[in-house]
Design a protein around this ligand. Structure first.
Ligand code: FAD
Ligand code: FMN
Length: 618
């Protein structure tokens, strides 16, 4: 947390600078102690020996705990954060004393003192918590979790009903808080990708309960932020910026199984001042052959006007820009099963069938099911059964210091064949097929958890196979432009050296000019001798199938040395890869750090707490 980020400081410049120096680098525990100390001073109490003043300050602090609402959030891509911030703003406007904290900035020992707690948390991976809430969730699940009889709470889970483990993290947390003796104020909220449909009524209930319990004093209290304040972005999913496509270039060879695109977008006039680590949200349009296939399958008129939830558009417009047609989700399967009455489809929705359901959700699109299970549909019923079309995020692969008013993306085109034809991913196909001169609608999604070290002398280790390499192109550009002296080490992997080495020439140039100290590559399907570049960029042979985690293991001693020396570690790309990389990291710490498995886990947790280990996985 930096002082510069605090809202409207009442301090004179010299004091503000002093405070900035004092708080720089303090952990959340120390910052909390400091805030308590200042509160004691404000109450005219605390001095080193004045026990009476301390106990009156304590009593005041306890009274304050009882009269305060704490809102915690765990968020990977910003949705839960936005809901939590929104709730905090409303609570503040209602005159409540409210404290808003990202879960990893929350001092866990405070939990036993809380009286009213709201948690807004998403689910990631395969039912995993978001990275910023891993410590909090593990603490609550563990034996050290305190009894919480004095606490009242409510939990809002965010998720995506196309995953079988829908909102699993929030649900587990909700159950655990009750198990620890806390009182559930109202039932667990489950928000799907159309987050606001559930979050808005949930917030209204939460606010009503908070008002009732805390009976706001006047004048209104202030929100205490336990995370850096981020300026409200001018552009959002609801109000995107229209960016011109400057370049759309395939960067895998024509004979590669993967079609990966390098896109350069023109942000001039947007005022979007992204930082390395941030992502762009892209508003896709569904492929028109898919829209027509749905209309034909159901014998529906694409020009018919359909009114739904206060909006009227033609059915074709609904299906092209407003409804998910590429991702299948459980509620649609349930709606179809109810409509066609098919027993096998119904059976899939029963508890205990989650593996079969997962298979179906991962490999089919709504049109596949509509063709397989014929049923009567009206345009209205179809629009109501399909989920709203959600934006997709793409890591920004450039640094503004290097490219000015542009943002570069590295996009893997999702394209695969089925018995009934080619299928595409909505956003990657939309982006892959935009010609230079055409436009796409975008907004900025900040990612405060995924930042270069503030200290330019620190080393960084980047693990980014496939399109996971995108943010590291931004990192390396930024460190080159800013003249950072810390070393940069990149691990990259993909199937084939010859056809899939994304940005190969740029990495070789970076090795030459020193902006990469080291590059280790793993080409998993080059069985007979996959090249591996050493510190000098010299290709070496490795005669077995390799993935980045094997490269990490092979370089375990150096890797551990870099970490011991204060390096930051970043991992970006597929969820399963990131899990294997973390397993390997644990092994490396055991082998080269001489620690037990448990201690290695703590070492990793400490890296995470110090923001020296960050992941961006999808
Ligand atoms: C923070 C973040 C950063 C990201 N950065 C990047 C990035 O830099 N580059 C990048 O390319 N992506 C990135 N992604 C992923 C990106 O957001 C999209 O999820 C991805 O591009 C797919 O979206 P889509 O709309 O094309 O496909 P969707 O329309 O979302 O999905 C298509 C559907 O097809 C199914 N499917 C896919 N392949 C097959 C197959 N072979 N057989 C059967 N079914 C299949 C899928 O299960 C899915 O249901 C990032 C994601 C996040 C969260
Ligand atoms: C890689 C990845 C994995 C996900 N896994 C799940 C999951 O297992 N269950 C679920 O309900 N949602 C899952 N989601 C969906 C997110 O929970 C959903 O997009 C949510 O709105 C994100 O909120 P956040 O931005 O606060 O993290 C996943 C999303 C991503 C990107």
């Amino acid at each position: 947390m930096s002082v510069a980020a605090l809202p409207r400081s009442p301090l004179p410049e010299d004091k503000a600078q002093l405070l900035s120096r004092l708080t720089d680098g303090l952990d959340p525990g120390a910052l909390w102690w400091l805030s308590g100390y200042a509160a004691g001073l404000a109450r005219g109490g605390v001095s080193g020996t004045d026990a009476g003043a301390v106990s009156s300050a304590q009593a005041a602090a306890e009274a304050q705990d009882a009269a305060r609402l704490t809102i915690l959030y765990g968020s990977q891509t910003g949705n839960a954060r936005r809901v939590a911030e929104n709730l905090a703003r409303r609570a503040e406007a209602a005159g409540l004393d409210v404290r808003l904290a990202r879960a990893d900035a929350y001092p866990l020992r405070e939990l036993a003192k809380e009286r009213l707690l709201y948690v807004v948390i998403s689910t990631q991976g395969d039912g995993d918590p978001p990275d910023d809430a891993r410590g909090f969730v593990e603490f609550l699940a563990g034996r050290r979790a305190p009894r919480l009889e004095a606490l009242s709470f409510a939990v809002l889970g965010l998720g995506d009903s196309s995953y079988p483990q829908f909102c699993a993290t929030g649900r587990r947390l909700d159950a655990r808080l009750a198990e620890l003796g806390a009182r559930r104020l109202f039932g667990f909220g489950e928000a799907d990708l159309d987050v606001d449909a559930t979050a808005v009524p949930w917030m209204q209930r939460a606010l009503a309960h908070a008002r009732e319990r805390l009976k706001p004093p006047l004048p209104p209290a202030k929100v205490t932020l336990l995370r850096p304040r981020v300026d409200a972005a001018a552009w959002s999913a609801a109000r995107p910026f229209t960016a011109g496509v400057l370049v759309n270039q395939r960067i895998t060879a024509d004979d590669s199984a993967k079609d990966v695109r390098h896109l350069e977008l023109d942000l001039a006039g947007s005022g979007l001042d992204y930082e390395p680590g941030d992502a762009l949200g892209v508003l896709p349009r569904n492929p028109s052959p898919l829209v027509e296939a749905v209309l034909e399958t159901l014998w529906l008129d694409g020009d018919a006007e359909i009114a739904h939830a206060g909006e009227t558009h033609t059915l074709r417009e609904w299906l092209t820009t407003k409804r998910e047609l590429t991702r299948l989700a459980r509620p649609f399967v349930a709606a179809l099963a109810a409509r066609c009455g098919d027993g096998a489809l119904r059976a899939l929705l029963q508890p205990g069938q989650s593996e079969a359901l997962r298979q179906l959700l991962e490999t089919s699109q709504p049109v596949d099911l509509l063709q397989r299970y014929p049923a009567e549909w009206s345009g209205e019923a179809l629009v109501a059964a399909l989920r709203p079309l959600a934006p997709r995020l793409y890591s920004i692969a450039s640094s503004r210091a290097a490219v000015g008013d542009e943002a570069h993306l590295t996009v893997a085109h999702v394209e695969y064949a089925t018995d009934t034809g080619v299928r595409w991913g909505a956003a990657s196909h939309w982006l892959a097929t935009r010609a230079e001169g055409e436009t796409v609608e975008v907004y900025l999604e900040r990612n405060e958890r995924f930042r270069l070290p503030a200290d330019p002398d620190r080393d960084i280790i980047m693990v980014g196979p496939g399109t996971g390499v995108a943010p590291f192109r931004a990192f390396v550009q930024q460190r080159r432009e800013s003249g950072a002296r810390g070393r940069n080490w990149l691990f990259f992997g993909n199937p084939h050296f010859r056809s899939d080495f994304l940005y190969q020439l740029e990495w070789q140039a970076a090795l030459k000019d020193g902006s990469l100290a080291r590059l280790d590559v793993a080409f998993s399907r080059d069985f007979a001798g996959s090249p591996h570049m050493d510190v000098r960029g010299v290709a070496q042979d490795a005669r077995k199938k390799t993935y980045v985690q094997q490269r990490l293991r092979e370089s375990g001693r150096e890797l551990f040395g870099w970490l011991e020396n204060g390096a930051y570690l970043y991992v970006c790309g597929a969820t399963a890869m990131a899990r294997r990389v973390e397993d390997t990291l644990r092994d490396v710490i055991v082998e080269h750090g001489g620690r037990s498995i448990e201690a290695a886990g703590e070492y990793i947790a400490k890296l995470r707490d110090e923001h020296r280990y960050a992941r961006d996985v999808y």
